[in-house]
Design a protein around this ligand. Structure first.
Ligand code: MOS
Length: 764
């Protein structure tokens, strides 16, 4: 959708630009580095405790912060007494709306190219309260314990106003059509309701998914200080350049006066963006004149970092007796806060899923007085595929048809709504390979037919899908030294997924250098580039920037090489990087090493910076990753306890750059999907709008014993229209997983649970 907006501004023919228009030549000129299962280059640093996280940077004379959270959902602060807190041992300052530096409201994500905010609410600027949990005071003290203690001494009274925090009540008052990223969240082809009514076989069901909260292992945290009018901030971030720009905007200073670093992040998943803690820490540092460290408690993460909104979805499918879809309806309601722009877009996966004759997609939204929700791994797809793929299983059962066969029967030739060709869609291969490896043919379609002692055993499957995105990532810089080393610099992020490793591989391969000769610099807003680690698109964005910088480097080297070089007379399109130098594409013998080129030119190093063309590939192709998910569950017939016994993800995500890190990404997504299916649920007290289970003891996620051996395979077919032939893999693992588990539970028990999470009480 972002790209659609960009595409409106520029219209180019598909063959006029690279990457995307023509296949990246490197897809066919591999040097053997891409595709290798290289271990994480940051692994030794992490396991030896040497990787510095945001809350670990040592700073002189630092103070520690603790937040006080509002206890009402809507209204005003009527009395605020900070005297006892200020008098407590070690307290340096208590910041409230009365003494906080004046700030502009945060720029909400996508409202400007580098906007990073979760919502537009003013941050501690007035006595208004917009959600239960909003920070009303920041206590700064010499130790964390002193700050935590003093935070309990801040006295706050409220004048509460009527608040709407109950999703059911809000729905009853009426919903309105949702917008997402500036576009409508509805689409149609033909008259789907009429086709449904006329269908030979139909299912028409409601599915619900609950509120979810972010629970990255690393708590949100920040260490920051001012040097004059320059703010230095060590953050746990998915978007350092965006955060720097947004903080500068709020504090009314130049973008270059905010320096954000984030070398390591202990998990992001969409939650490590700009929330109030970074803003409050920077404001507190300005107020107190001291460096500030603010690490959110796990409870505070629930109170001030948005998660996934609940959904209520209807999926209705009409088909003829052969299983051909004649109607596909996916619609429903989701709440959001008044101050953000993020309705959970659960229809996204349905747009290009099946070749249905008629389609109707619509999301409606209601507004609540709650913490703003946000992106959470595969926003839209993760819960949307639960409903869609559960319904497909219900249809297969109604047709007495194999669920894999039903999906293959409805594979589209072109994108059903946009009518664009697919850039590369080999989902059928993923289904066949997965079914074979999983032993799908052994499944008994009769629910409840397989029993081992007190355990009922079932198999289920579902389609996984996530779009290919590529946002404009800005420039990358490559510096090549006479000693034969290359440093790539771009303001990108390593949240644990292997970015630094994969892009060291990409650079090694492009430049024809060994891995050991590459350094990848990232996680610093002063580096070139405007990369977002989100939307499963960081790899494509960085790759495109590296490709552009490499091309600029080759040009610059050819100019340096001059007429005495064996490369004389060759243009940038006629050379390749091989064996630590350049050679003619069609004659590898015409070769000169980088060292030789630089030595003849009397240069110690050469540095180039270049930006790729606008990402327009999705204007010309429908681009999506896919997967076929297979699951075996055991459900205890006595207690109702569901256990996932086996899982296989068979993916079609383009070229896999590093099979080791990719397998971990897929597995991590599937594990999060197990939590989505069976455990995760934020309990929001509808009377107060307060989250009642803000801790990992009450909000359940899968532990090791809940996770079986997870098998992952992939087609590894390059997508000719993406940089490096790769599509994103960060989010797809959580998609389809919920439905595969629910469908396996139906096969095991005959019980169709349409409300997540599928806890044991729903199976008794
Ligand atoms: Mo992802 S929800 O775009 O970090």
């Amino acid at each position: 959708l972002v790209q659609a907006a960009i595409g409106k501004a520029v219209a180019l023919a598909p063959d006029q630009w690279i990457p995307g228009g023509v296949p990246d030549p490197l897809i066919r000129h591999q040097h053997g580095v891409i595709g290798q299962p290289v271990s994480r280059i940051d692994g030794p640093l992490k396991v030896s405790g040497k990787a510095p996280f945001a809350a670990e940077f040592p700073v002189e004379a630092m103070v520690y912060g603790a937040l006080v959270h509002s206890r009402i959902a809507r209204g005003r602060i009527s009395r605020l007494d900070t005297a006892a807190a200020e008098a407590a041992p070690g307290v340096v300052a208590v910041m409230t709306h009365r003494n906080a530096p004046r700030l502009r409201p945060p720029p909400v994500f996508l409202s400007a190219p580098k906007a990073a905010g979760g919502d537009t609410l003013p941050v501690m600027q007035d006595d208004r309260i917009a959600w239960n949990g909003e920070p009303v005071a920041l206590v700064l003290a010499e130790s964390q314990e002193q700050a935590d203690h003093a935070a309990m001494l801040v006295e706050v009274d409220y004048a509460a106003e009527p608040a709407l925090t109950d999703f059911a009540e809000a729905k009853a008052r009426g919903a309105r059509p949702a917008e997402f990223m500036g576009g409508p969240l509805h689409d149609a082809r033909g008259d789907a309701e009429q086709a449904l009514a006329a269908a030979e076989v139909r299912v028409d069901q409601r599915y619900t998914t609950p509120r979810h909260n972010h629970n990255a292992i690393e708590l949100h945290g920040v260490t920051c200080y001012w040097e004059g009018d320059t703010l230095r901030l060590h953050d746990a971030s998915q978007l350092v350049a965006h955060t720097a720009w947004s903080l500068a905007h709020m504090f009314g200073i130049d973008e270059r006066q905010v320096i954000v670093t984030s070398p390591f992040v202990g998990g992001g998943f969409g939650g490590k963006c700009l929330w109030q803690h970074q803003i409050l820490a920077a404001a507190g540092a300005r107020l107190s004149g001291r460096p500030v460290r603010l690490v959110l408690s796990r409870e505070a993460v629930y109170r001030i970092v948005g998660g996934r909104a609940p959904t209520e979805q209807r999926v209705a499918l009409g088909a003829d007796r052969s299983g051909r879809l004649t109607a596909l309806i996916h619609e429903g309601v989701t709440p959001k806060s008044r101050a953000n722009a993020m309705p959970e877009p659960f229809i996204l996966p349905t747009r290009s899923a099946y070749a249905a004759e008629t389609v109707k997609l619509a999301v409606e939204t209601v507004e609540l007085d709650v913490l703003s929700n946000t992106f959470m791994r595969a926003p839209g797809e993760s819960v949307g595929t639960f409903a869609l793929e559960s319904a497909m299983d219900e249809l297969a059962h109604a047709l007495a048809m194999d669920p894999v066969a039903l999906r293959l029967r409805n594979e589209p030739e072109r994108d059903p709504l946009s009518n664009l060709p697919f850039s590369a869609r080999h989902l059928d291969q993923a289904w066949r390979a997965g079914a074979e490896r999983f032993g799908w043919s052994a499944r008994d379609p009769r629910p409840g037919a397989r029993r081992e002692g007190e355990w009922l055993i079932g198999l289920g499957c579902a389609t996984a899908t996530y779009p290919y995105y590529r946002m404009p990532g800005g420039a990358a810089r490559i510096t090549l030294t006479a000693a034969g080393e290359a440093v790539v610099a771009i303001a990108a992020h390593e949240m644990g997924m292997g970015t630094a490793t994969a892009h060291s591989q990409v650079t090694a391969e492009r430049l024809g250098l060994p891995m050991a000769a590459i350094r990848f610099d990232y996680g610093d807003s002063t580096l070139p580039g405007v990369v977002l680690a989100g939307g499963s698109q960081q790899t494509a964005a960085i790759g495109a920037s590296i490709i552009a910088a490499h091309r600029a480097l080759v040009k610059a080297l050819l100019a340096l090489a001059g007429n005495d070089s064996p490369l004389a007379g060759l243009s940038v399109d006629e050379v390749a990087s091989r064996e630590a130098g350049l050679c003619a594409l069609d004659d590898p013998g015409r070769h000169e090493s980088y060292a030789s080129i630089l030595a003849r030119a009397r240069r110690e190093s050469i540095s180039v910076e270049a930006e790729p063309p606008m990402p327009l590939e999705t204007q010309h192709w429908s681009m999506h990753s896919h997967g076929a998910m297979f699951c075996e569950v055991a459900v205890n017939a006595v207690t109702g306890e569901p256990r996932v016994r086996r899982f296989l993800g068979s993916f079609d995500c383009g070229r896999i750059l590093n099979p080791k890190t990719a397998a971990s990404q897929f597995r991590g997504g599937i594990i999060m999907g197990i939590g989505l299916a069976l455990m995760e649920e934020t309990q929001l007290d509808p009377r107060t709008g307060r989250i009642a289970n803000p801790s990992l003891s009450d909000y359940h996620i899968p532990a090791h014993l809940d996770v079986p051996e997870i098998d992952v395979i992939w087609t590894d077919i390059p997508d000719p229209h993406t940089p490096m032939g790769a599509r994103g893999i960060g989010e797809i693992g959580i998609t389809g997983t919920g439905a595969a588990i629910a469908n396996a539970i139906f096969n095991a028990t005959g019980k169709r649970v349409r409300d997540l999470p599928i806890t044991l009480d729903r199976l008794l």
